[in-house]
Every structure is written in C-alpha cells, then in structure tokens.
Design a binder for this molecule. Structure first.
Ligand code: ZN
Length: 456
C-alpha cells in the first residue's frame, strides 16, 4: 500500500512536468461548499468568498475562491451569504443515564453542531465502553472523550460513587484502574468544602497527577481558588476547570473581595501552557431562564432538556418558580459574583492564557448542544470578540485532547476532519448567529437534524 502510494506520487510529478511550479494536483470529485464566508477556527481573518472542498470525510482544501480550485465532478453547493465554522468542541459535559438516553443527548449535540465533547468525571465502566465506541469515528455520534470516574476525598464533593482514596498508594492503584478501562483523562475535584479535611490533600493530588501522566492519561482538575491552582500546576497538571474565583460550595454566590488572579499565577500558567475551561453556564444557568423564558420557545432546546432533565424545563415554564428566582434576596449579588468569573475569563484571555470552552452540559440547567452556543455568548459578554469565542470553542478545545482516534479536528484546514457548521447569518456581527444553523456536517456527512424534534 505504502509502495503504491509512492509510485502514484512519482507519476503525479511526471505528469505535472519538471521545473514547473504546478498547482497541487486536484483529485476529481468530492463536495465543494462555494461562496460562503469561511472562519477556519485558527483565528485567521475570515475569508469572505471561499471554497471548502470535502472528500473522504476530510477537508481536501479550503480558502479563497480565487486560490482554491473546485475539483472536476465535485458536487457544488452554493453557500453564498452563509458562514462556515468548525464543529464545536465542548470540554466539559456530564452524560446522563444509559446508552438510550445518551444517544438522545448525542442527537441534541449534533443538532446544534457540537461534534466533540469531553465527559468529565461521572462515567461508570459501562459508560466508558460506550463512549469509546463513540470516539471511534461514527458520523451518527459526536466524538466523545471521557475521564471515567473522577477523584475526590472521602466525604468530599462528588465523592459518592467516585474514587475517594485515603492514601497515595490507593490513589495510584485507582488511577491505573481507570486507565485500564481506556479513559483519556483523569479528573479530580479540588473544591471549596464546608469543613477542612474534606478537600483532596496535596500529596494525593500529586500522586494522581504523576500516575496519570506516567500511564498516558491527562490529569484535569476542578478548582475554586488560586492556591490549589498553583499546587496542581507545580505537580504537573496543565488543564484546569472553572476558575480561581469562588463559584461552587460554601460562600459562593456573593462577590469576593479580591477576584483577580495574581500576576505570578498568570505567569505560571503562561510558562507551563496551562489552559482554563471556566464553565460560565453552570453558574448563570441557575437563573438565566427565569429572566429569559422566551429562550424556551426553541423546540430543539426543549428537546435537549428533555433528554436528561424534563423537571428543570417544567420548572422554568412555571411563572411562579421564575419569579421566585428573580425576586429572591441576594439575586443581584449572585449576578455580581458571576460577573467576577466573566472578568476572570477576560483577564486570562487578554494575558494570553489558553481559554477553552466547556459548559458543564448535563448539569441541571445546562442543556446539551444549545448550551455551547450560550457559553460563547457569555464569553463575548465577558469582553472577548466573537472570533475569540469561536476559536476557544473549536481549535483551543481540540488542542486539549489527546492524539487518539481521528484526533485531527477543530479547524477547517486541508487534511482536518470535516466537522463543520453552515450558518445562515454572520456570527462575527452577533455571536448569537451561531444558533442560526443551516446544516451540520460530521465526518464529511450531513447530520439528520430533524430527528431531534421527532424523538419522544
Ligand atoms: Zn462538571
């Protein structure tokens, strides 16, 4: 096979002649999206009048119309007036229930163009096996990475049903057990806790990180403050979830006195290539639908809720419940505290720290699929440009994934996997236009989006 390939290459050279600076050989066939605005996910300037050629599930070529030939015999689709962006990468989801429910959650994700997700800490061995199948390159499923079951302290946050080692030796053995299942990441919760002693201690965190790295898995941690962030980075962890502003647990929900990350910590993140996935939606989701019930007019959003939490939907449909949230004492404080987390996103982004996108989809008020677009809107509200938010939601997230399976996704460059969205309106004008979806492509095939509305 390899030899044949070499021979074919030699033939191509012969045919194009010696010494000529011939254009690359354009193989016939494939699919060409012509005339749309291309946002390739790298952060490069958008290409106003583009050609994107797709063949065998991959981007064969992409660029301006003048520089990108449409192959002979290609199926041409005119996408004039539309915008093409890469498939969205959600770094923080929690799938719920069994394969049947998860397939409906997958449908919601694909409907909204979320073509990759990382399930982070609540997957049983059975679910890990199911998600590994999804990661093997099925066009009917979003690509799925998993951290299996996460790590906490006995009696601590999310400890029930997860790994809660008492000793370093036990921690290392439990990490190896997870990795033996095939997980890609090892997750730990280093949360604010109601009493000292319930937080996973530094020695055990270090053992978890070391054992994960030694065995080829990537350690990831939930944090709520900078002290923990520093210790984890010193121990070798590079992927932090949430922020250094207190958002979860006791004391959360009121603005803190000193919300800004220190210059020293910012430098530490830069020096070590640390990324943050701040998950704004899980915080704001606790009230956003009370203020904006009109969002629930979207039948696909209702369907997304219905795949895992119909009770939440019923609650937000109830005017009395909505009024109870908005009129509750401390409501303005909650919003001010949330703004501090948005400021964290802006500060870290402006400093050059990698900011990816993840939203805790699958928690009560963060629906699969739709929530990813809302998280981008919250980034723009935080002060990022729409282009920054799109890069965070695509290339930056993809860069956090390990090189397993068909891992070359996240941008629309030649050779990358053809996961993409065709939008009816320009997201650079208004980031909410990412929700105005014409079509979604996964692995070079158009997604049957209608199914999400007809599923019971
Ligand atoms: Zn989470």
């Amino acid at each position: 096979m390899r030899r044949l390939h070499v021979l074919a290459f030699g033939l191509a050279l012969t045919l194009t002649g010696c010494g000529e600076s011939a254009a690359p050989v354009v193989e016939p066939g494939g699919l060409a999206l012509v005339g749309g605005q291309l946002i390739d996910g790298t952060g490069a300037a958008p290409v106003a009048d583009s050609v994107v050629v797709i063949r065998d599930g991959r981007i064969a070529r992409a660029g301006s119309r003048g520089a990108t030939a449409v192959p002979a015999g290609a199926e041409v689709i005119d996408v004039t007036g539309k915008t093409i962006i890469p498939g969205l990468v959600n770094l923080h989801v929690h799938y719920r229930e069994g394969p049947e429910e998860i397939q409906r959650q997958f449908q919601s994700q694909l409907y909204y163009g979320v073509t990759t997700a990382r399930s982070i800490g609540s997957d049983s061995p059975e679910r890990v096996a199911f998600l590994l199948e999804a990661n093997a390159g099925r066009p009917d499923f979003p690509r799925a990475y998993t951290a299996g079951l996460g790590f906490s302290r006995p009696g601590g946050f999310n400890a029930a049903g997860r790994n809660a080692p008492e000793t370093e030796e036990e921690a290392r053995a439990l990490v190896r057990d997870q990795i033996a299942l095939g997980v890609h990441f090892i997750k730990m919760w280093v949360n604010a806790v109601p009493e000292p002693g319930l937080k996973i201690v530094p020695e055990i965190r270090t053992a978890i990180i070391d054992e994960a790295i030694q065995n080829g898995a990537i350690p990831v941690a939930h944090i709520d403050d900078e002290v923990d962030g520093r210790q984890l980075v010193e121990a070798g962890l590079r992927d932090l979830l949430h922020s250094t502003v207190l958002t979860f647990g006791p004391g959360a929900g009121v603005p803190v006195d000193d919300p800004d990350p220190s210059q020293e910590f910012i430098q530490m993140c830069l020096d070590n290539g640390v990324s943050f996935t701040p998950t704004l939606s899980i915080v704001q989701g606790n009230w956003h639908f009370a203020e904006h019930p009109e969002l629930l007019d979207d039948p696909a959003l209702r369907a997304a809720f219905d795949t895992y939490n119909p009770d939440a939907l019923a609650g937000w449909d109830d005017p009395a419940r909505r009024a109870g949230v908005v009129d509750a004492p401390g409501f303005e404080d909650r919003k001010a505290a949330f703004r501090q987390v948005q400021d964290f996103v802006k500060t870290m982004h402006d400093a050059g720290v990698k900011i990816a996108l993840g939203n805790d989809a699958g928690t009560p008020n963060v629906p699969f699929g739709w929530g990813m677009h809302h998280e981008m809107e919250l980034y723009v509200e935080a002060g990022l440009t729409p282009m920054d938010a799109i890069v965070a939601a695509t290339a930056t997230g993809a860069g956090q994934m390990p090189p397993v399976g068909e891992a070359d996704f996240g941008t629309l460059e030649a050779g990358k996997v053809a996961d993409l969205l065709v939008l009816n309106a320009d997201p650079l004008v208004d980031i909410r236009n990412t929700l105005d979806i014409d079509q979604v492509m996964r692995l070079g095939e158009w997604v049957e989006r209608g199914g999400v509305l007809s599923t019971p």
